[in-house]
Design a protein around this ligand. Structure first.
Ligand SMILES: Cc1ncc(COP(=O)(O)O)c(C=O)c1O
Length: 497
């Protein structure tokens, strides 16, 4: 509720005046960013949820509300104290974008106006930005045939795409389209029981999970042998295909990693694409993390051949600095998007011409947030050239860390990195898999650094994903020192036992 006073100033009759509330929160966030960037706070301070719930006074606020602005401010301040500081240069954790200072503004606008963008008429600006950014992504693959990115007509031979909430939903969407292509009746009659999907065993779990969700069962995923770095061995593809045909089964899709979640290494996409073209098979590239290499002249050879895929997914909330979530599902042939969900909902899927474009018929979601706005904003803050530089620098940082750790006797790095993900171990001869895991927990519990761990080559590795523009060589030196200190203590504790 607001009305105007005599001086025509807007007067809000609420306990939380809009501008003043936003201002106070902005000040808290500004301070948070400052301290995070200077590493003045622990990257993560792990507390039990009961402790956090009590500190945040959840019971009493749920019942009585904040009541006044001071309480609201106190709550936000406390909330920020119990967060993972991705803006700290010592955050080298998951594949989750480290946003720019002002990346949150589209979420704020969306939260204020709530214009879901899956129906054009519910959010014309948001839907337009989605269409525009999809055109931009298609253009990176040479799948956009319009004259200008603001051309929203479905040109013949144009690819197509939509934005959706995350890579897992995106993989499900793409695999569903692959099924619609090979078994068009599956939507109404259920799955034929002869469909399988092949790809490296290192494919993200959302691939086999999608097959389960689609009722095909996760055993419908047939892993192709991989090399010692878990990269698919294309020499096995023909034999596997022959065996599958021998069992009277059909390959619904061939999946490639670009890049693999654990290692950050890329499958040989060109070779896999050729195999798929030769055998008329659907080729799906999971580019959740690595499709961003397309922006860089120096890095794009890692995804060479990607434009021969039938479907691609690309997470903007990994390498494009967009706050979670925002993923593109892209199709080379727009018909595959049209045929994907052969389903009618008369209140939303129009039989007649509508103004603008609705993405709802092509997504798993019905309502979805203004994802295109978030993606556009990420570029708008600094431009495409700066984004390209960010990606190149992130990849370079992994090479720098690899070089540095490889120069130290105590560290083992199994491969030179191809993206900004790097796995390594501390004294693998002395520390078991369990110990590597314990080392990681001690490290993150110290609050000094935040890194992840993964299984690779059937062993436990420490893992860094270098997404923070502020992380530099000084942090790498300190990381190695801190790991060494913790690792040596684990070894000496073991000896005492
Ligand atoms: C290769 C790959 N595909 C898919 C996903 C799933 O993406 P999301 O976390 O956005 O669901 C990930 C996540 O790490 C990934 O690395």
């Amino acid at each position: 509720m607001c009305n105007t006073d005599k001086s025509n100033k807007i007067v809000h009759s609420t306990a939380f005046p809009f501008l003043e509330t936003k201002k106070r929160i902005a000040i808290l966030l500004d301070c948070y960013l400052e301290k995070s960037k200077k590493s003045e706070l622990k990257v993560l301070k792990q507390e039990q949820p009961e402790y956090i719930a009590e500190k945040l006074q959840l019971n009493s606020i749920l019942k009585n509300g904040f009541q006044n602005l001071d309480n609201l401010e106190k709550f936000v301040n406390n909330y920020l104290k119990h967060t993972n500081h991705l803006r700290s240069p010592k955050y080298m954790g998951h594949q989750v974008a480290v946003p720019q200072d002002l990346s949150g503004i589209p979420d704020w606008i969306h939260g204020t106006i709530n214009n879901p963008s899956s129906l054009y008429e519910m959010g014309p600006a948001g839907a337009t930005l989605e269409g525009f950014m999809i055109n931009w992504m298609l253009s990176k693959l040479n799948w956009f045939k319009g004259n200008d990115l603001c051309d929203f007509d479905n040109h013949q031979n144009n690819g197509s795409g939509i934005l959706t909430h995350g890579g897992s939903v995106a993989n499900l969407t793409a695999l569903s389209a692959a099924r619609a292509s090979i078994a068009p009746n599956a939507w109404t009659e259920g799955n034929p029981n002869d469909l399988v999907v092949i790809g490296p065993a290192s494919a993200h779990y959302s691939i086999s999970r999608s097959l389960s969700i689609m009722g095909m069962g996760k055993n419908a995923f047939i892993p192709v042998p991989v090399d010692s770095n878990e990269i698919i061995l294309t020499c096995h593809l023909e034999t596997i295909l022959k065996d599958i045909k021998g069992e009277n089964k059909r390959v619904m899709a061939v999946v490639a990693n670009a890049c693999a979640t654990s290692s950050g290494l890329f499958d040989p996409i060109e070779e896999m694409a050729e195999f798929c073209v030769k055998n008329d098979l659907w080729f799906h590239v999971d580019g959740a993390h690595g499709a961003a290499a397309l922006l860089s002249e120096n890095e794009k050879q890692k995804v060479a051949g990607i434009e021969k895929a039938d479907s691609i997914i690309w997470d903007a909330h990994k390498m494009l600095q967009v706050p979670a979530l925002c993923t593109a599902v892209l199709f080379k042939n727009q018909e595959h998007q049209w045929n994907n969900f052969k389903q009618k909902g008369s209140y939303v899927f129009h039989e007649y011409e509508v103004v603008g474009m609705d993405s709802m018929p092509f997504t798993v979601e019905c309502t979805k947030s203004a994802l295109g706005t978030k993606l556009f904003w990420s570029f708008a803050l600094k431009g495409e050239k700066a984004m390209t530089q960010f990606i190149e620098k992130s990849f370079q940082k992994a090479r720098d860390l690899y070089k540095y750790l490889s120069s130290l006797d105590d560290f083992y790095c199994p491969y030179p990195p191809e993206s900004n993900i790097l796995c390594f171990q501390f004294r693998p001869n002395q520390l078991s898999n369990q110990n590597q895991l314990a080392l990681r927990y001690e490290l993150i519990n110290s609050g000094e650094f935040y890194i992840t761990s993964c299984e690779f080559q059937e062993k436990r590795f420490l893992r860094t994903v270098l997404l923070n523009p502020e992380t530099n060589k000084k942090d790498f030196i300190e990381l190695a020192k801190t790991i060494t200190k913790i690792g040596i203590k684990i070894i000496s504790d073991q000896k005492e036992k």
